[in-house]
Design a protein around this ligand. Structure first.
Ligand SMILES: Cc1cc2nc3c(=O)[nH]c(=O)nc-3n(C[C@H](O)[C@H](O)[C@H](O)COP(=O)(O)OP(=O)(O)OC[C@H]3O[C@@H](n4cnc5c(N)ncnc54)[C@H](O)[C@@H]3O)c2cc1C
Length: 467
């Protein structure tokens, strides 16, 4: 019984681990790149690390921590040293009140403290919460739910940069269920009377005083340490890896699935398998499924992605102008900056930087703004360096002593309302049309982030039915 996993990102590796630990003996993992990890890619410079893609995973979703534990890496867990964001508005930096949950205020007082928003819009948000204005979570986008409760301006200036920043999209076209399910209760809570408000404020004080468990986690060697540990376990279990090998197409071949492969040096080959997990982004997955199920392929073809660029800038001998607890600054779409967020990497992850170095990781690109694509690396880094310096408030524009631009094409899937139904239908049609011999996994399925990708790999193995 042979299982082929196409894609050695975290979703494909999770599928392979699930299958190998479950006793499947012959597993082949193929990837078009020369390394495993996909978007997870820890880079090195002068003995220090920095991340080219994700820098942490959400600990609240237990699958990430469970994987770390099962690989014996719990002792290497790390957490960001800074976690408070600022908002950039009209050339000024504003704090994000602590009472906001992912940018959404939970009581009528919090919007009034949100100084990045004009006063009338703050009042509108406060009234919306007090009288319990709400949309319909079963049909409305996350943005519309926010707009109904908090008003358009508050949603654009506070919620959108925070939540939209997670997948470089806009809350206005996103599904609440997949992008920020934890906001459901905050956006649909009933009106708040004066007694409840008083009780809530006292409750909030208590919450603020309680010791906090880190929300995000990483590993001391960077997230690639997780990938390396997975590959090591898979190799020990006899799993075979084929790198620099792309899956080109698939078709039914008797009772089996035939894969057509192409190596980077142009050699084409075939590989027959009893079961296949397709763990690549939905665009290439749609192409690969076309020979097996036109309908499932068409479903995946509907999913859109945003491209992004990260520019890492090191400034030696430059003091961080922001307090140490500040992890970054968010720039709302209304500001029209190329920069969507500046992460103060040297505060968030002090081990990445030299003691006298200010290290910034600057994001550019969101779904409705791909201007960065028109600039080459040199022009992009120059522009971003000037803009980020202005945003964080460096006194003069300093020249960076280290610069690295990382471009991620079609990197972040967009979860529109009804996305779950689209995925459920693709899975069930694929199961029907291939006799559950082919399953799909990947970041585009169950929501943003690494834990959701891990879950997708585990669930894909559950979707397969060996003969
Ligand atoms: C800039 C950036 C920052 C992010 N930050 C965070 C964060 O802080 N926290 C978080 O939780 N998530 C973050 N994410 C999201 C997270 O990185 C992804 O959700 C996750 O890594 C996706 O894993 P995956 O296995 O689904 O896909 P991928 O990592 O894209 O892996 C797919 C693999 O398939 C291979 N492949 C593609 N086509 C073929 C083919 N035809 N044949 C063979 N192989 C193929 C690719 O080479 C790749 O290795 C970030 C993403 C980006 C881009």
């Amino acid at each position: 019984m042979r299982l082929v996993v196409i894609g050695a990102g975290i979703a494909g590796l999770s599928a392979a681990i699930e299958a190998a630990r479950g006793g499947i003996k012959e597993i082949v993992v193929i990837d078009a790149e020369s390394r495993a990890g996909g978007k997870i890619h820890t880079l090195h410079r002068d003995g220090k690390i920095f991340e080219a893609g994700p820098d942490a995973f959400l600990r609240r979703n237990p699958v990430g921590l469970a994987l770390v534990e099962s690989l014996g890496l719990t002792g290497n867990l790390t957490a960001p040293s800074a976690s408070s964001a600022l908002l950039y508005a009209s050339g000024q930096l504003h704090p994000m009140p602590r009472e906001l949950a992912m940018g959404v205020p939970t009581d009528p007082i919090a919007p009034l403290k949100t100084t990045s928003v004009p006063i009338l819009s703050r009042l509108r948000a406060s009234v919306g919460i007090s009288i319990g204005l709400k949309g319909d979570p079963s049909t409305d986008s996350l943005g519309y739910l926010c707009q109904r409760r908090l008003g358009r301006r508050f949603s654009e200036l506070v919620v959108d940069p925070l939540i939209g920043g997670i997948n470089a999209g806009s809350v206005f076209g996103s599904s609440m269920e997949l992008v920020a399910p934890q906001l459901g209760s905050a956006l649909t809570a009933p009106p708040i009377g004066p007694t409840k408000l008083l009780r809530r404020s006292v409750g909030n004080q208590k919450i603020r005083m309680a010791p906090t468990v880190p929300v995000f986690g990483s590993l001391s060697g960077g997230l690639s340490e997780l990938v390396e540990a997975m590959v090591a376990e898979l190799c020990a279990l006899g799993v075979q890896f084929k790198f620099q090998t792309a899956a080109l197409s698939m078709e039914k071949f008797g009772e089996r699935i035939r894969l057509h492969l192409g190596s980077n040096d142009g050699v084409e080959s075939e590989l027959d398998s009893d079961m296949v997990v397709v763990a690549v982004p939905s665009g290439p997955a749609s192409g690969l499924l076309a020979g097996l199920s036109k309908v499932a392929s068409g479903r995946l073809g509907q999913i859109r992605y945003s491209s992004v660029a990260l520019t890492v800038l090191g400034f030696r001998g430059v003091r961080n102008p922001l307090p140490a607890g500040i992890s970054g600054v968010l720039s709302p779409a209304r500001e029209r900056t190329l920069t969507t967020a500046v992460s103060i990497a040297s505060s968030k992850w002090p081990s990445w930087a030299e003691p006298d170095e200010l290290l910034l990781r600057v994001s550019a690109g969101r779904m409705a703004d791909q201007r960065f694509q028109n600039l080459d690396d040199e022009d992009l880094s120059e522009l971003i360096s000037k803009e980020a310096s202005r945003i964080v408030g460096l006194p003069t524009v300093c020249d960076p002593t280290f610069t690295k631009v990382i471009r991620w094409h079609d990197a972040l899937p967009q979860f529109r309302p009804h996305h779950s139904a689209l995925i459920a239908s693709a899975r069930s049609i694929l199961a029907d049309e291939t006799g559950s011999k082919v399953a799909i996994a990947g970041a585009y399925m169950y929501g943003s982030g690494i834990p959701a990708s891990i879950s997708s790999g585990i669930r894909a193995i559950g979707d397969l039915k060996p003969n």
